[in-house]
Design a protein around this ligand. Structure first.
Ligand code: UDP
Length: 460
C-alpha cells in the first residue's frame, strides 16, 4: 500500500487564498495526508488572535500551521502590493527552503509542495529541492487562461508590452469564453497605474514558474467553465472546494466570526434577508458607504451586512452609525466578520450583494443565491461578467448617471428587480445542483481531484 505523504501548502497572504487552500488541505487530510500550512508571520498572528477569541485551536486535525516572515517590518503597509511582492521575493524563498530542510532533518520528509499561483516562486524552490509540486489557482480558470495568454494578446495587438489595452474594446480569447473589455482585464483594474504595473509584473513572473508544476489545479468546475477548460486542458478543475462537512472546520479566518447572527437569521422568514458582504479587503469611501446604508434602509427588507473594522476609508461618525442602527435595528444586523458559508446556506437568505470575489461567487452559487454584483478590483469584473452575462444569475449595480456614486434609489431599485426575477432564481438553483454534482462520485471535479490524489500517493 502506497504511503500518504507530507505536503507543504503555501497560500498567497490574503484571506481569499488562505480559505480555499485550507479547504483543500482538509480534503487531503481526509485522504490521510499530513499538511504543513505556511502563512506569513503577520497573517499567522492574525489567525492565532482570531482563534483565541473564538476559543478554537490554531492547528486542525492533520494540519500544522507554521509561519515565515514576509520581508516587511512590523507596522509596514501590507496593502501595498509592490512592497509586499518585493519583500516576498527577498526573504520567502530562502525561508521556505530552510523550513523544508529542517522538516527533512527531523525525519519528516516533504513529498509535495502545493503553491498558490500568486506565490509561484515556491514552485521553483520545490524544483530546486527535488520536491514534486502542484500549482493552486484560487480564481476562475478563465482568469488564469487570460494570464497565460498574455504573449498571444500582445502578439495579436490587443495589449501593449506592459499589458495595457491598445484599444478600449471587447474581445473573447476563445469561443465560448466570457467576452471582456481590455480595460477590465484583472491587471488593468488594480486601482492606479502603479497597481497595474505591480500586478502585471506579478502575473508575468508567475507565468514563468508554472512549468515547474506537475498539475495546475483550479477552484472551479467544468460545468461553468467548459469552453476555457477545453482549450486549456492543463488546468484541472477540482472545485467548488466547499462542503457542509467543513462548515465548522478551522479555515484560517483573519477575524473572529460573529456567529450570533445565525440565531437572528433563524428568526427571519424564508428567502427574506439581503446578505451584504464585500470580502476581506474592499474599502468604501464614507459617502458610498452611507448611501448603501440608506439604500438598505429604503428597501424595507431585513438585511445582514458585514462591516469589517477596516471597510470604510474615512470613518463615518460613530453618531451616524448609531443613528442608522437605531432606525434599522429591528430588521437589520451589522457584524464585523460573518460565518459567510453558513449564512449563504441559510434558508432565510434571499440574495447576496457582493464584490464578486471568486470565493464569494462560488459560495453564493453553491447555495443557489441570486447576486447583486458590485465589483471593485482585479478579477472581480470577470466574475461579474460570468454571473450577469454567462450564467445569468445576477444583476449589476452601476452608478445611475455615469457618475461615481451609486445612489440609494438605484440600490433599492436593483434589489427589487433582482428579488422579483423568477428566471434568475431558477437558473441559480439549477447551477447549484450542477455544482453539487461536480464534487460527488462520478462528478467532473471529483474525478480530477481523485487523479491528483492518486498521483500524490505514489512513491517518488
Ligand atoms: N468571508 C467570511 N466572512 C465575511 C466575509 C468574507 O468568512 O464576513 C470569507 C468568504 O466566505 C470568502 C472569503 O472570506 O471565503 C473572501 O474571499 P473572496 O474571494 O470572496 O474575496 P476577497 O476577500 O479575496 O476579496
Amino acid at each position: 500500500m502506497a504511503s500518504s505523504p507530507h505536503v507543504v501548502v503555501i497560500p498567497f497572504p490574503a484571506q481569499g487564498h488562505v480559505i480555499p487552500l485550507m479547504e483543500l488541505s482538509h480534503r487531503l487530510v481526509e485522504q490521510g495526508f499530513k499538511i504543513t500550512f505556511v502563512n506569513t508571520e503577520f497573517n499567522h498572528d492574525r489567525i492565532v488572535a482570531a482563534c483565541s477569541k473564538m476559543n478554537s485551536d490554531v492547528d486542525a486535525e492533520g494540519i500544522h500551521m507554521v509561519s515565515i516572515p514576509d520581508g516587511l517590518a512590523a507596522g509596514e503597509d501590507r496593502t501595498n502590493l509592490g512592497k509586499l511582492a518585493d519583500g516576498f521575493m527577498r526573504v520567502m524563498p530562502g525561508c521556505l527552503e530552510e523550513l523544508i530542510a529542517q522538516s527533512e532533518s527531523e525525519g519528516k520528509k516533504i513529498r509535495w509542495v502545493i503553491a498558490d499561483e500568486n506565490m509561484a516562486w515556491a514552485l521553483k524552490v520545490a524544483k530546486k529541492m527535488g520536491i514534486r509540486a502542484i500549482c493552486f489557482w484560487a480564481a476562475a480558470a478563465a482568469m488564469l487562461a487570460l494570464m497565460m495568454s498574455i504573449p498571444r494578446m500582445i502578439q495579436s495587438g490587443i495589449l501593449d508590452e506592459y499589458g495595457l489595452p491598445r484599444k478600449n474594446e471587447k474581445f473573447q480569447l476563445y469561443p465560448g469564453m466570457p467576452i471582456i473589455n481590455t480595460t477590465r482585464l484583472a491587471w488593468n483594474c488594480a486601482g492606479d497605474s502603479d497597481g497595474q504595473k505591480i500586478i502585471f509584473e506579478l502575473v508575468t513572473t508567475g507565468n514563468q514558474f508554472l512549468e515547474h508544476a506537475e498539475f495546475i489545479i483550479c477552484n472551479t468546475f467544468n460545468e461553468i467553465e467548459s469552453p476555457t477548460l477545453a482549450v486549456f486542458p492543463n488546468i484541472l478543475s477540482v472545485g467548488p472546494l466547499l462542503s457542509v462537512a467543513h462548515f465548522n472546520k478551522h479555515l484560517g479566518n483573519f477575524w473572529p466570526e460573529d456567529t450570533s447572527c445565525m440565531n437572528w437569521l433563524d428568526e427571519q422568514p424564508a428567502r427574506s434577508v439581503i446578505y451584504v458582504a464585500f470580502g476581506s479587503f474592499t474599502v468604501f469611501d464614507r459617502r458610498q458607504f452611507e448611501e448603501l446604508a440608506l439604500g438598505l434602509e429604503l428597501s424595507s427588507r431585513p438585511f445582514l451586512w458585514v462591516v469589517r473594522p477596516d471597510l470604510i476609508a474615512d470613518d463615518p461618525t460613530a453618531a451616524w452609525l448609531d443613528d442608522f442602527r437605531e432606525r434599522t435595528g429591528g430588521r437589520g444586523r451589522m457584524v464585523d466578520w460573518s460565518p459567510q458559508k453558513r449564512i449563504l446556506a441559510h434558508p432565510s437568505i434571499a440574495c447576496f450583494v457582493t464584490h464578486c470575489g471568486w470565493n464569494s461567487t462560488l459560495e453564493g452559487l453553491w447555495n443557489g443565491v441570486p447576486f447583486l454584483c458590485w465589483p471593485y478590483f482585479t478579477d472581480q469584473f470577470l466574475n461579474q461578467i460570468y454571473i450577469c452575462d454567462v450564467w445569468k444569475t445576477g444583476l449589476t449595480l452601476e452608478p445611475d448617471d455615469g457618475g461615481r456614486l451609486i445612489s440609494r434609489e438605484r440600490i433599492k431599485g436593483k434589489l427589487e428587480e433582482l428579488l422579483g426575477d423568477e428566471g434568475i432564481k431558477a437558473r441559480a438553483l439549477a447551477l447549484r445542483d450542477k455544482a453539487r454534482r461536480s464534487v460527488v462520485g462520478g462528478g467532473s471535479s471529483h474525478k480530477n481531484l481523485e487523479r491528483v490524489v492518486e498521483t500524490m500517493r505514489q512513491e517518488n
